[in-house]
Design a binder for this molecule. Structure first.
Ligand code: FAD
Ligand code: SF4
Ligand code: SF4
Length: 470
């Protein structure tokens, strides 16, 4: 260990932008065994590991780095998978520059340990070696739990609860499980096969999936409460925010998720009429994407791969104040995306369909309470940007679940997300909630963390009830 003084930081090789923008395959090669060991050996084994403190799952990073450096990968996997239900997914798509790696103590001066790539390497090795096995339980508990939503929060909770011997059924309105990991995040960041491999393991471990089942329409929350001892709501957030500016009802202006879902479905081999007709396909179009988060980065990079004539990203703050990962911006720039910083749409102009965006130039103003710079318009400073297609990636709010689930007793916060107590229980007895539907639009790693914690709370309660019955 401590090799950071002599060994340079290295990430796995990334395919050249010219080649990778021609397909939807993942852009990074995996580490080879020597690279993984060498990069792990750069860790200084800090007494107070800031990497671990800033990992939402509090992964025991120094320990698995040491084991990886020594080639003891089976033990490394045992430690890494003890705190993370899907380490191969986090290793790929966590914004490490804002979490573990961004807080690695050797970051300043030497470059952080490349933690995410090592986590991916350890887990992929474990899969290749057959160390990752379906859950095998010795005794069924006789208790049953229904989970609404097969995204990372629901899947992580199901994984934890099944290990305790409970019967699990996951209900999802979509035809595939995975939530935003399947229909939101593009394949070039997270190959769909990686998500489907996990789903298969969960099924092989005895977890049942009831897909194409929309709670509130196909089946009611009340039905599920009667059927199961506990219900977990993990439905995510899907109501797109709108700009509310002149011209935003023109044709060819789309919410990001409509665009990304169509692209992901196409990649999965589905027939997608709106894509095939050209409507939700960026090919040969001048595309303008509005927003500065990871969803916007996914849209611009998808448009590049669909063969857009040009792709411009408008963001009202500057690069330093972007919510998205700096790494994703760099990738997008390499792939030819043009960023217009301090630029906000003032109105959309067109005749039936959008033809251009009137862009308002902005400047930074005093910071808000959180220290983030505000922006204000520069009076009279606007310009026009031609556009055949506009994608709005402005964030998502929670749907009105009390109304959708016909459960007025289900209390929502002022943001529309579900209110829970310290044990993850909503205002309905034995109905729990986790993930984005509680936290608001967040990250996969936080959804996993919440799903795991909710599962512990559900299991604790079911165990107490079982003792009372006995
Ligand atoms: P979701 O993943 O949204 O899953 C919810 C599931 O519930 C869905 O399958 C949905 O169909 C189902 N559902 C909803 N309502 C019902 C109902 N009534 N009945 C039955 N089923 C229902 N995070 C990262 O960490 N890294 C990234 O790179 C990243 N990129 C992103 C890119 C995009 C485009 C988006 C939109 C998000 C991205 N995120 C990323 C955020 C991350 O995907 C989410 O924070 C995470 O998926 C939330 O997990 P969840 O389980 O709470 O909800
Ligand atoms: Fe880093 Fe995410 Fe892995 Fe935690 S889960 S160690 S934050 S990549
Ligand atoms: Fe190793 Fe960096 Fe974590 Fe310290 S902060 S234990 S150097 S990975």
């Amino acid at each position: 260990m401590l090799q950071f003084t002599t060994t340079e930081q290295a990430y796995p090789q990334t395919r050249e932008a010219a080649a990778r923008k021609l397909d939807f395959n993942e852009i990074s090669a995996p580490f080879n065994p020597a690279e993984a060991a060498t990069q792990s050996s750069r860790c200084s084994q800090c007494g107070v590991p800031f990497c671990q403190i800033h990992c939402p799952l509090a992964n025991n990073i120094p320990d698995w780095l040491k084991l990886a450096a020594e080639g003891r990968l089976q033990e490394a996997y045992a430690i890494s998978s003890a705190t993370n239900s899907f380490p191969e997914i986090c290793g790929r798509i966590c914004p490490q520059d804002k979490l573990c790696e961004g807080n690695c103590v050797i970051e300043k001066g030497f470059g952080s340990v490349t933690i995410g790539a090592v986590e991916k390497y350890i887990t992929e090795t474990a899969f290749a070696q057959g160390w990752v096995k379906p859950i095998k339980i010795t005794r069924e508990s006789g208790r049953s739990i229904g989970i609404i939503g097969a995204g990372p929060a629901g899947l992580a909770a199901a994984d934890m609860l099944r290990r305790q011997g409970h019967a699990l059924t996951i209900y999802d309105r979509y035809d595939r499980s995975g939530g935003l990991m399947i229909y939101g995040i593009p394949n070039f960041k997270l190959d769909k096969k990686i998500v489907q491999r996990r789903e298969k393991l969960l099924r092989d471990g005895g977890i049942k999936f009831q897909l194409n089942t929309q709670v509130g329409i196909t089946i009611t929350l009340d039905d599920l409460r009667k059927k199961h001892d506990a219900v977990l709501i993990a439905t995510g957030v899907y109501k797109p925010r709108a700009l509310g500016i002149s011209g935003d009802t023109l044709q060819n202006i789309f919410p990001a998720m409509d665009y990304l879902t169509a692209s992901n479905r196409k990649g999965l081999g589905d027939k997608v009429a709106a894509f095939d007709s050209g409507t939700l396909n960026a090919n040969a179009k001048r595309v303008v994407v509005i927003g500065g988060g990871d969803t916007a980065m996914d849209c611009v990079r998808t448009a590049v791969r669909q063969g857009a004539a040009s792709v411009t990203c408008l963001y009202r703050r500057d690069r330093a104040n972007m919510p998205g990962s700096a790494r994703e911006v760099k990738h997008a720039e390499q792939e030819g995306v043009v960023f217009e910083w301090l630029a906000a749409p003032a109105q959309f102009i067109g005749d039936g369909a959008v033809k251009s965006v009137e862009v308002q130039r902005m400047r930074l103003s005093a910071a808000d309470e959180a220290g983030r710079s505000n922006v204000e318009a520069i009076a009279g400073d606007t310009y026009g940007l031609d556009a055949d297609m506009v994608i709005q990636a402005l964030g998502y709010d929670a749907d009105d679940l009390p109304a959708l689930f016909n459960a007025p007793e289900l209390r929502a916060s002022k943001y529309g997300t579900l209110a829970i107590d310290a044990q993850f229980m909503t205002t309905l007895p034995n109905v729990y909630a986790a993930g984005d539907i509680v936290r608001g639009a967040s990250l996969v790693v936080w959804a996993i963390k919440d799903g795991r914690d909710a599962a512990l709370a559900i299991h604790a309660r079911l165990s107490v009830e079982a003792r009372h019955v006995a």
